[in-house]
Design a protein around this ligand. Sequence first.
Ligand code: CUA
Length: 314
Amino acid sequence: MGNIAFHPLEASTLAPQVDLLFYTLLAFSFALGTFLVFLVVRYSVLYRAGSGADRTGPRGRHIVIEVAWTSASALIALGIFIWGASLFLERDNPPAGAIEIQGFGKQWMWKFEHDNGRREINELHVPAGKPVIVKLGSEDVIHSLFIPAFRVKQDAVPGMATSLWFEATKPGTYDLFCAEYCGTEHSRMRGHVTVMTDQDFAAWLAASPSTQTLAEEGAALFRSYGCSGCHGPGGTVRAPRLEGVFGHPVALADRRTVMADEAYIRDSILNPTKDVAAGYDPIMPSFKDLIEEDDLMRLVAYVKSLGTAGKASP
Ligand code: CUA
């Protein structure tokens, strides 16, 4: 797969749609460009110095023609904009029930972690025919996950939760890159996506050497970072219990209400005094710079897993 193809492989549901838009734009630009070159050459010859061509020009304006070409170009431009924007929205909105994989950029490698705790580096295994969402984080600088055959690319930004989704169509091996200059070894921050059939993927996932799921690893961190000392049963400090919180609205001390999603849990760990739950004092210390990005994702996965648990009495 080392050769540069004029027409790169299409291996996701989005790829043919992106290509159709691209080739339409290319054909349109080519047609318009050819027409303009034709006019330049034609008039250069017709009105060359010393030619006997009529140079008087029109005396009036053709309003109808002017309105026609102005509105025609406006409609074409608007049509292309709507087409591109709808693809962009599709690319940005994963379907419900997508398989979640955590991805971390780190100088200079891509680390991936599946729900059951199976981890890989610079390799990503996914099933064909199922939507997959890769939740991205960075442990140091901005990286960008780029899978050309899927026509998707998304930055991984430190301190920010981003994601990328795709549905692979053909089993096979495809290139994966970092597409944001991130330091000396940036060009070596690359790997492969392996698309497998459903059964093969299930077997691959089940062969995980890890005995702990992402949420279980998060539970262990919840204790080792001391979170359970306040948020756990029998906590010494009055802090909100986290069972049944994820995916539900939370009333805040300043009378606002926020949805407890991944971004909120993340924020509450890194910047706890920003959105304080109603009825509690803003006494939690910030864990910014104390928790590595991959541990943060494990903690969020743990709190998320508590979301389906029954709400504990305070
Ligand atoms: Cu990471 Cu370039």
